[in-house]
Ligand binder design. Structure first.
Ligand SMILES: [Zn+2]
Length: 478
């Protein structure tokens, strides 16, 4: 039998506001345990939450960018459960009236395959704290710094059929939220976290199978592998005549397998009710118009513009706009006078290669658009040939060292001194009489050999055009 995998995603995104959702504590990542907290975010009796207006603004902008209908009259709800990382014993979230609903996110993957993923809802909520387990001392400690950090949770329809589609969606989501400036989406710091709901069914049927939810997925690679593993596990169970149990499973990256954590709760287990401490939210036309006017140019609009304005190919435009930091870098280079296609080529080949080598991100590199432009200018004016330019780039990239100084200190400038090249040409001709007579006898290959000998004497720094020209001239006179 052929099986179809059906996947839906719940993505939690930390918003990059300076302060928490219901108090004025900092949202900064890290910090000594329990130093970014106050009576409100640690749930002391008698304290009252106040909604951070920036959180609402970011959630509305994200809803608009993901094509959602914005809820004009909304409110928060209380989700009740006890867990040591949640000192209030409830989380303020949105169940009945999420801020955004019914969105669409178009995705592209593989060889240009496309589809649109439905967004079921987008809601605001507060994050919980962190438990730090210490196996050596056999104890667990609570760090409440993360309590009350603002989150949006984005829930898709079960529209994905493969891991590839899921990753294309997450890349699109990350890029969109970064362009909007509402989140840095750093997976390694937990500001983008993903739960995967997965079920399988015989291909061609429309009824959904029993799903499991996978948590603890902290990289795109882990998500792809967990999806493959879990789909295989469910198919094997069904084919063996067993049942798939609705449960939450944990992905263990070291063992490449998922493990049962607990049976899945339903909404009614949480005894949701409208949050009584926060007044309902009402959004005016003027407020929404104002936010719409503030929306920046997003990746797809940029791609179209790069193709039309700079003549980039569709693939190149997609690569340049995948991450906001890279698009900013490219646009800065163009603003500084770099030829757009040339700048794009250098970014695609050299910068992306270097970032991959170092395992670094575009947003964190020291190398600046100014440095790339200086390098391109040296190549253009003929002071550096391309190979030397790449060597200079490799040497200065990590620390953004001074390019002119490096070239000077290492004597790398291309030699274009006619007198010097002429004397080298004469010397090489004198040293290689056999090649000269071969050339006279019509063996054109000998010319290449002589050029190579000249370049060797010039330590690879001769201007190749000039060397060719002066050698030709000298040989003709013989
Ligand atoms: Zn606080």
């Amino acid at each position: 039998m052929t099986w179809e995998t059906v996947i839906g995603l719940e993505t939690h995104v930390e918003l990059s506001t300076a302060t928490k959702i219901f108090c004025s504590c900092t949202t900064e990542f890290g910090g000594a345990p329990n130093t970014h907290c106050c009576p409100v975010c640690t749930g002391m009796p008698g304290t009252l939450p106040t909604l951070n207006e920036k959180v609402l603004e970011y959630a509305v902008k994200a809803s608009l960018a993901l094509g959602c209908t914005v809820t004009r009259r909304g409110r928060f709800d209380r989700k009740n459960y006890f867990y040591p990382d949640l000192p209030k014993a409830y989380q303020i979230s949105q169940l009945y009236l999420p801020i955004g609903r019914d969105g669409q996110v178009p995705i592209t993957w593989g060889d240009g395959e496309r589809k649109t993923i439905g967004i079921h809802e987008l809601h605001m909520e507060e994050d919980a704290g962190k438990l730090v387990h210490d196996p050596w001392q056999d104890l667990t400690q609570c760090d409440y710094n993360r309590c009350g950090v603002p989150l949006i949770e984005i829930v898709t329809e079960p529209d994905f059929r493969s891991g590839e589609e899921v990753i294309a969606y997450l890349e699109k989501l990350r890029s969109t939220l970064q362009y909007l400036g509402v989140s840095d989406c750093k997976m390694q710091e937990g500001s983008l976290r993903c739960d995967v709901n997965l079920s399988v069914r015989p291909a061609g049927t429309s009824e959904l199978g029993t799903r499991t939810e996978m948590k603890n997925l902290n990289s795109f690679k882990a998500i792809g592998r967990a999806i493959d593993y879990e789909a295989r596990r469910q198919i094997e169970r069904i084919e063996e005549g067993k049942r798939v149990v609705q449960e939450t499973r944990r992905w263990d990256e070291n063992k490449d397998a998922t493990y049962s954590m607990r049976s899945k709760e339903n909404a009614q287990d949480y005894r949701y009710f409208p949050e009584p401490d926060i007044p309902p939210i009402e959004l005016s036309d003027g407020y929404l118009d104002h936010l719409r006017a503030e929306m920046p140019e997003l990746a797809e609009a940029k791609q179209a513009r790069y193709q039309a304005q700079y003549g980039l190919s569709g693939y190149d435009a997609r690569m340049m706009t995948g991450e906001k930091a890279l698009a900013d870098f490219f646009e800065d280079c163009v603003a500084l006078g770099a030829e757009p296609k040339n700048a794009c080529n250098w970014i695609m080949t050299q910068i992306l290669r270097k970032l991959k080598e170092l395992g670094a991100e575009p947003g964190r590199m020291a190398f600046t658009p100014q440095s790339l432009c200086r390098l391109l200018a040296l190549v253009k004016e003929g002071s550096l040939n391309r190979n030397t330019a790449v060597a200079v780039f490799d040497a200065v990239f990590e620390t953004n060292g001074d390019i002119n100084e490096y070239v000077k200190a290492n004597g790398l400038s291309q030699v274009r001194d006619t007198g010097l090249i002429e004397s080298v040409v004469s010397q090489v001709i004198g040293d290689n009489p056999q090649s000269v007579s071969d050339l006279k006898a019509g063996k054109e290959k000998a010319f290449g050999f002589l050029v190579g000998q000249c370049m060797k004497v010039l330590k690879g720094q001769g201007d190749p055009k000039l060397v060719n020209q002066l050698l030709r001239e000298k040989l003709e006179k013989l």
